[in-house]
Design a protein around this ligand. Structure first.
Ligand code: 5GP
Length: 199
């Protein structure tokens, strides 16, 4: 059985990456979500082991010490990290592993695994992103400005990614991501065994 491939998906807050990925997983069983660990508190509706492995700081630091964490970062005062086991379980089952991580984690993954494919999801524009954050009605004006500035900083990293997807329409963005997954699987460099059969 072929091992799955490693994909990283990053996007500034408000770009709809959770919605895109949920829709993607409902449309393919060839890829799975590599569940990260975090020390932040669960949000309403989040399930331990599904959205994140929710850990105390002590538990998280133990996992780092025991080399169970591939990469980690501190974001808004909390640890977030990719668990080696989450990734390996998917790859060993022949599924593509999708890591939904922020830009610095993505750069670290690319250094460790140059063959990993990095996908960045963009909003149609910063103006649209700001409007989306405002329309949610859950954030204060100060938070909206902070998040928009953070988004601008994160987008600067997009030039290091392999693919860019604009989330203007959800359906199109999901189609685009499925196309990336498919194209990467068809890469000649990932299919040397196939060519060997024709030698
Ligand atoms: P949130 O608290 O909104 O779920 O996540 C905050 C940020 O942390 C998001 O950009 C998310 O993609 C990122 N993140 C989630 N898990 C990981 C991880 O394992 N490693 C890194 N580097 N970032 C992560």
């Amino acid at each position: 059985m072929n091992k799955g491939l490693l994909f990283v998906v990053s996007a500034p807050a408000g770009c709809g990456k959770d919605t895109i990925l949920n829709e993607l997983f409902s449309r393919t069983d060839k890829a799975g979500y590599a569940v990260s660990a975090t020390t932040r508190a669960p949000r309403e509706g989040e399930v331990n082991g599904v959205h994140y492995h929710f850990l105390s700081r002590g538990e998280f630091e133990r996992k780092i010490a025991e080399n169970e964490v591939l990469e980690y970062t501190e974001y808004c005062g909390n640890y977030y990290g990719t668990l080696r086991k989450s990734v390996n379980d998917l790859l060993d089952a022949g599924k593509d592993a999708i890591l939904k991580i922020e830009v610095e984690g993505a750069m670290n993954i690319k250094k460790m695994f140059p063959e990993a494919c990095l996908v960045f999801i963009l909003p149609p524009s910063f103006e649209v992103l700001e409007k989306r954050l405002r329309d949610r009605g859950t954030e204060t004006e100060e938070k909206i400005i902070e998040r928009t500035q953070q988004a601008r900083r994160e987008v600067e990293f997009a030039e290091n990614y392999d693919y860019l997807i604009v989330n203007d329409k959800l359906e199109t963005a999901v189609d685009d991501l499925l196309a990336v997954l498919k194209a990467e699987r068809l890469r000649r460099t990932r299919n040397d065994a196939l060519l060997a059969r024709f030698k």
